[in-house]
Design a protein around this ligand. Sequence first.
Ligand code: BTN
Length: 228
Amino acid sequence: MVDLTASTQSDLAELAMAGNAKNGDVIVAEYQSSGRGRLDRTFEAPKGAALLFSLYLTPKRSASDWGFIAHLAALSMRDVFTQHLNGEAKLKWPNDILIDDKKVAGLIAQIAGTGIVVGIGLNVGMSSEELPVSTATSLAIAGSSQLDRNEILGQFLTLFASRYEEWDSGRDFTSDYSKASATLGKEVQIQVEGRENRSGLAQSISKTGALILADGFEVNVGDVVHLR
Ligand code: BTN
């Protein structure tokens, strides 16, 4: 646990690239001065109000399957806090967790060294005024009975570790993911920088984590807007 760092994601990726990280290493921070989101965006949270951490994994499975790991982490985090909510949390492809259609957590994943670094930022205690955008929410705003970041992290690591072991031994989690998805079954618009937007029905998720549209088009990277 560090009090302040630029980004737990950058820290762990640097250690991994230097050969100084091992499977299961975690870096947690109270505050990040340059928190990183997907696609070179920023991820901001006031000190002490969010659970911010990165986790290093060196899977046995082929690297072509690693795209599913962030989904497995999102599914596990969602299951950890859903039990403390009255409402339900859902997963928005690729890597957001939503409560009542608002983003409560974001995930990022990057290959580094011989493994992958998965970073999670979960809005825990933030008030409405402290949220970076109006489309975000926090566990406190959603009325969660669990706001202890250490406990949430502990529960996440336990649940994720057992699922990750099963996944790494070959188990398919696409059906578990699909049940928790807010994206599948919806008309969506796919936005990829430098490409024309594309719309379609989000039909399924692949074992590598890609979103498959009803016309067979496979989306590996990009943003999704839920249309209806
Ligand atoms: C996103 O919503 O685009 C992904 C956000 C990921 C944020 C987490 S916070 C802990 C870790 N360190 C970072 O710099 N980013 C991730």
